[in-house]
Design a protein around this ligand. Structure first.
Ligand code: AMP
Ligand code: GLY
Length: 436
């Protein structure tokens, strides 16, 4: 099986790393990839949203499976495009391990996903959605809620379209700015206002072949730039898998109340889901509520979920393609995985690129995986090429043991302006200690 991965982050390096070890994968390509993916396969200079070029590459390289990492190509319809293009050129079908545009709307539109959850009785925060046509009703709705106020741009806003505000007046101004002044561009022309959920967040990952589905794992990510969850939001500064409170009882509720009605609901609506579903949940006193759906794997969650997988990841993709998901028994290593992200100075704001990265290979702990994100290699010189630069994932018998190894690995890496959070997993350790 020949595979082409789309994307260039740590998630895509984790895919490539797992597929490189697969017994069923022959050739592996990554577009555009990074310096880490180049060690696992061949990088191609292609943009994931240039569908025509991606299709040509699939034909030229005899690709069997296309695995999109980020949401953008999925929401823009890469699965539909590849299916149509395969039919019209009469060659073999390129299987896309990701949903159709119709199914990807679960991530592409918050208004759509909230309405879907309501239709199928899936637990989520109470909400209403507003646009230019009913803006004044939005003001009235805000008045009925208790602070903090949660306002979400309907469309994709690179993870920045959610505002959580304590002050009613501020919330009302923000609503006006989103709808009338284009604060988040077209993505914010419609705004979902919802009830604030109190609890601890957790992400659950599932895979589906359009008929059957399986849970791949759980993870917690750390979105804020600063220790103790302070400062602006980022793409993710670290992750832990599994999450200690996601025990059998909790996961059973997630399966029965959320995953089953989600996959069944999509089927009933004629839009079966093929690919990876990432459900962002709030654990409210032991009951899961959906905060958001994503139609792909998370980053950096993939960097802790995939290396724990005991299955051959290539075989999982094969079974997804064959529609035989129910035959797979997902198995995970016992150890906990902790991933810590190294970022460029200034991230998530402006940051420099091209800083030389120095890795003292012999000081890296055994078993730690150094996933690349924003890196590039020019003639053997490794340098920074993005905000998130690397993810150090380690394994241990506890969160503490795994985190200790990741931080030990970080001590062996250096680049100008390097920044990271020093508290990944600490909240979960404290939580486990208090509940014992
Ligand atoms: P989203 O893009 O919908 O995942 O929202 C971004 C972040 O905002 C989430 O990861 C939560 O931390 C927070 N958030 C979103 N919706 C809610 C809510 N209803 N209650 C509490 N926190 C929320
Ligand atoms: N880490 C959050 C995401 O991938 O959306």
């Amino acid at each position: 099986m020949n595979v082409l991965i789309l994307g260039s982050g740590g998630r895509e390096h984790a895919f490539a790393y797992a597929l490189r070890q697969s017994k069923v994968v022959d050739k592996l390509f990554i577009a555009p990839g990074n310096a880490g993916t180049a060690l696992c396969g061949t990088n191609l200079p292609l943009a994931p949203t240039d569908f025509a070029a991606v299709f040509r590459a699939c034909r030229d390289l005899d690709i069997d499976v296309l695995l999109p990492g980020p949401e953008d190509p999925l929401v823009k319809g890469i699965s539909d495009y590849m299916a149509d293009a395969s039919i019209s050129d009469g060659g073999k079908a390129v299987f896309v391990a990701g949903p159709s545009a119709a199914a990807a709307k679960l991530e592409g539109s918050k208004d759509h996903s909230k309405a879907f959850m309501y239709r199928h009785g899936i637990p989520t925060a109470a909400y209403q959605s507003f646009g230019k046509d009913n803006l004044s009703e939005g003001e009235t709705f805000l008045n009925t809620l208790r602070p903090p106020y949660v306002l979400k741009a309907d469309g994709l806003a690179a993870g920045k379209g959610v505002l959580i505000l304590d002050d009613l007046q501020e919330a009302s101004v923000a609503l006006d700015e989103m709808i009338l002044s284009g604060r988040f561009g077209a993505a914010g022309e419609r705004v979902v206002i919802e009830e604030f959920l109190h609890g601890i967040e957790i992400s659950v990952f599932a895979i589906s072949d359009g008929k059957n589905w399986q849970v791949l794992g759980s993870a917690k990510d750390y979105k804020r730039i600063g220790d103790g969850d302070t400062g602006p939001n980022t793409g993710g500064m670290g992750a832990v898998s599994p999450v200690p409170f996601a025990n059998d009882t909790f996961m059973q509720k997630v399966k029965e109340r959320i995953l089953e009605p989600t996959f069944r609901g999509l089927q009933q609506e004629g839009i079966p889901f093929t690919g990876f579903l990432f459900v962002g949940l709030m654990n409210c006193g032991g009951d899961p509520y959906v905060i958001e759906y994503n139609v792909r794997m998370g980053d950096p969650e993939t960097e802790v979920v995939l290396p724990r997988l005991a299955n051959d990841f290539g075989e999982i993709l094969q079974m997804m393609q064959a529609g035989r998901m129910e035959e797979i028994q997902i198995r995970s290593r016992q150890e906990t995985a902790v991933g810590v992200v190294l970022v460029s100075g200034g991230y998530p704001g402006d940051y420099p690129k091209g800083k030389a990265i120095n890795i003292q290979q012999d000081a890296l702990p055994e078993g730690t995986i150094c996933y690349h994100a924003g890196t590039s290699d020019s003639n053997g010189t490794l340098s920074t090429a993005g905000g998130r630069v690397m993810v150090l994932s380690s394994f241990g018998s506890s969160i503490e043991a795994a985190a200790t190894l990741s931080y030990k690995a970080i001590a062996a890496i250096r680049f100008d302006g390097m920044n990271y959070r020093s508290d990944i997993g600490k909240d979960l350790i404290a939580l486990t200690n208090t509940s014992e």
